[in-house]
Design a protein around this ligand. Structure first.
Ligand code: HEC
Ligand code: HEC
Ligand code: HEC
Ligand code: HEC
Ligand code: HEC
Ligand code: HEC
Ligand code: HEC
Length: 496
């Protein structure tokens, strides 16, 4: 085995691990205040399907420098490698997947096998498929949050400040939070031959420019994910398939980093974005099936709209345009649901590592989450770590939850407000059920205790499962544990 192919073997092994890690990887919280919450975002016009970026062409000077184009371990990807450089650039094949309409036709005709890629996640195989294939132009009745403004303007203006609203957007120089100006926009790696530079391309697009010896490639950043609490990750279109960019942004350091789960010293642009990712970070996109990562870009609605908690808005809006003073119709008010159903509305995206079943984007408020997600065997595995958007599972371990059958996320959170960092406000919520005097530390601390119950009883914790590998070392983003409890050592440290 040449050195090159040994490194490819290690890479294949690593990418398996990394795929497992990736969902865990960004599912983290951090109280660093975001400078992203105040930015203006333009109206989310339907996506115009841009020409697929032609990533896999080898320029002459790169060929002369000994860089070669070889098939990657992923069948839909190609790699640029150099014989004496144990490092590579991996990009999607331009023709890897059919367009959305062709994929829908193939799906209907049962010619599905050819479309599946070898690395289709195991979860896709596991589920039965509930509802019909979505049609190319089917919007499923989602309109986006802007459609609510004529009649709910004040609520919309507050909602616009939330991490939910800001969690995805078209990438441009205002939504990309990482530095784009010269002198500040490089990411060096542990490999001397490999560098990244993030910049505007002058035509309104933001790109990541990879330099690997004589090879220079520009890969677009089309979509921003992440409000910037912890950081942002970027996605790009290749035809109707979506891929994740190699370089992400990390808020705590204000710098560019290898995306979590990615290996330093490589350039990985061939990691497909599966529907589950957009189900949690966007409002809607027409999707062929969980097995086929092909979307109809024209139907994409970025940001999480009100409608993921209240149901698609088309009928409600049409009805009230005709009947402005009538009582509400064709819309779900979660406070009319049972506590379990209310928690399921949030569980859509805060369910931790459960396996989705059925068509993407088919859950509606009021539905039973169990019919849409399969919990891994043993709830412990879901609740065991603090690393994967598993707030419901962690909360369910708490004496508070066990002792209050009607407890919901709304007991502490108002989804229409940005409440981040308001520990005094959250502590008020505790006091709906607890007197500060009942806390074992009350005698020692006195009434000041009422301003922050959170740091002692819902500690922020580091977790090595969400390590971000950087040339300078390893970073551990932290998140808030929803298992409310007494942590004696910590309280000793925090008590005045
Ligand atoms: C043309 C006006 C109009 C538009 C646009 C509109 N609504 Fe409403 N909505 C109403 C009216 C009227 C009511 C009933 C009175 C009230 O509660 O304010 C209502 C009530 C509601 C309620 C409370 C339901 C209840 O049972 O108490 C929710 C939730 C709601 N709307 C969500 C939305 C969402 C989400 C959107 C955007 C997709 C939206 N509305 C767009 C007019 C509108
Ligand atoms: C469609 C998916 C989805 C649904 C439904 C959803 N969330 Fe979220 N939530 C997210 C994502 C994604 C983030 C991370 C956003 C970011 O920082 O980019 C998030 C972040 C949050 C945050 C952190 C906000 C901050 O400022 O950092 C809270 C709190 C939260 N969600 C509570 C809830 C509650 C309560 C519900 C149910 C009423 C709910 N979510 C429903 C996807 C969802
Ligand atoms: C099960 C739902 C879910 C899936 C799947 C998911 N995320 Fe998230 N993501 C969240 C939640 C919830 C948070 C907020 C932190 C937390 O609760 O752990 C988050 C946080 C993030 C953040 C940091 C946001 C911020 O404001 O700092 C980024 C970036 C991100 N996710 C990107 C992605 C990408 C890209 C994918 C798919 C390739 C993905 N996520 C898959 C739910 C999800
Ligand atoms: C993350 C989930 C979530 C999102 C997003 C969301 N809501 Fe709500 N909404 C709720 C929940 C839960 C309730 C019921 C509990 C409450 O009053 O907070 C509610 C209640 C309401 C009500 C009824 C208020 C009342 O007093 O009964 C209206 C109207 C409403 N939301 C409109 C909106 C609009 C408009 C948006 C978008 C601009 C939006 N919501 C976004 C979860 C959400
Ligand atoms: C909906 C009501 C409710 C809310 C809100 C609530 N709790 Fe509780 N909590 C309870 C109940 C009920 C118990 C169990 C009491 C018992 O068994 O005596 C409990 C128990 C506890 C315990 C003891 C834990 C143990 O393992 O014995 C602590 C600590 C606690 N809560 C802290 C908090 C904090 C901090 C908050 C706010 C972040 C909070 N609670 C919010 C209802 C609530
Ligand atoms: C007893 C109060 C309480 C309840 C109930 C509660 N949360 Fe939280 N949640 C908090 C507090 C406090 C924070 C920390 C906020 C901060 O640091 O700004 C938080 C933070 C979060 C965050 C941001 C992640 C992070 O680590 O900063 C998410 C996401 C979230 N909650 C989702 C939920 C969901 C979903 C539910 C329902 C399953 C829920 N919460 C129920 C108190 C609560
Ligand atoms: C400095 C850390 C600290 C702060 C701040 C704090 N607690 Fe505690 N809390 C503790 C410790 C430690 C215990 C266990 C004491 C013991 O067993 O003697 C405890 C115990 C409790 C209990 C369980 C009492 C019992 O006997 O079961 C509740 C409920 C509680 N706290 C609620 C709160 C609430 C509500 C707040 C905010 C108003 C708060 N705590 C603030 C550290 C803290």
């Amino acid at each position: 085995m040449t050195q090159r192919w040994q490194s490819v073997g290690r890479w294949a092994l690593f990418s398996g691990m990394a795929l497992g890690l990736f969902v865990l990887a960004w599912l983290v919280g951090h109280v660093v205040r975001s400078r992203g919450t105040q930015i203006e975002r333009g109206p989310q016009a339907p996506w115009s399907s841009a020409e697929p970026a032609s990533l896999a062409v080898l320029p002459d000077e790169a060929a002369r420098a000994g860089i070669r184009l070889v098939p990657a371990p992923e069948p839909h990807a190609l790699m640029f490698v150099h014989p004496d450089s144990p490092c590579w650039v991996e990009v999607p094949r331009p023709d890897a997947f059919p367009d959305y309409a062709t994929a829908v036709r193939a799906r209907r005709a049962g010619q599905f096998g050819g479309l599946k890629s070898a690395s289709a996640p195991a979860e896709a195989q596991a589920g039965q498929r509930g509802r019909a294939v979505s049609e190319p132009d089917a919007g499923a009745g989602f309109l986006g949050a802007q459609a609510c403004t004529p009649c709910h303007r004040e609520r919309y203006e507050r909602y616009r400040q939330t991490a939910h609203f800001l969690t995805s957007a078209r990438a441009d120089t205002s939504t990309v939070l990482g530095p784009l100006e010269d002198g500040n926009n490089m990411m060096h790696t542990g490999h001397p031959d490999l560098k990244f530079r993030m910049l505007g391309d002058g035509a309104g697009r933001v790109v990541q420019e990879v330099t690997f010896r004589e090879l220079r490639k520009r890969v677009p950043m089309d979509i921003v994910t992440g409000a910037g609490v912890v950081g942002q990750t970027y996605l790009f279109w290749q035809g109707h398939a979506l891929y994740q960019d190699h370089v992400s942004y990390f808020t705590r350091t204000g710098s560019w980093i290898n995306s979590p789960g990615y290996q330093d010293g490589t350039a990985w642009y061939a990691r497909k974005v599966i529907p589950k990712c957009l189900e949690c970070h966007a409002t809607y996109v027409a999707t062929v099936d969980r097995d086929v990562p092909v979307y109809d870009p024209a139907t994409l609605i970025l940001g999480i709209s009100c409608e993921r908690c209240h149901g698609p808005g088309a009928e409600h809006v049409a009805y009230h345009e005709q009947h402005p003073d009538a009582p509400a119709r064709h819309v779900v008010n979660p406070s009319d649901l049972t506590a379990e159903q209310q928690n399921d509305v949030c569980a859509q995206c805060h369910f931790g590592s459960a396996t989705p079943i059925g068509q993407p984007f088919s859950f509606r408020p009021g539905d039973d989450a169990d019919a849409f997600w399969q919990l891994p065997p043993g709830v412990e595995s879901l609740a065991g770590g603090v690393h994967s958007s598993n707030q419901l599972a962690r909360l369910q371990l708490s004496a508070c939850f066990v002792g209050s059958p009607a407890m919901t996320c709304s007991d502490c959170h108002d989804p229409h407000e940005n409440q981040r960092g308001d520990l005094g406000g959250f502590s008020q919520r505790c006091q709906a059920c607890h007197q500060p005097e009942h806390c074992g530390m009350f005698e020692r601390i006195g009434l000041d205790i009422a301003t922050n119950c959170i740091d002692c009883h819902m500690p922020r914790r580091e977790d090595d499962k969400i390590a971000v590998h950087q040339p300078a070392g390893i970073e551990f983003p932290m998140l808030r544990d929803h298992f409310i409890r007494v942590v004696p050592e910590l309280s000793e440290r925090l008590a005045p």
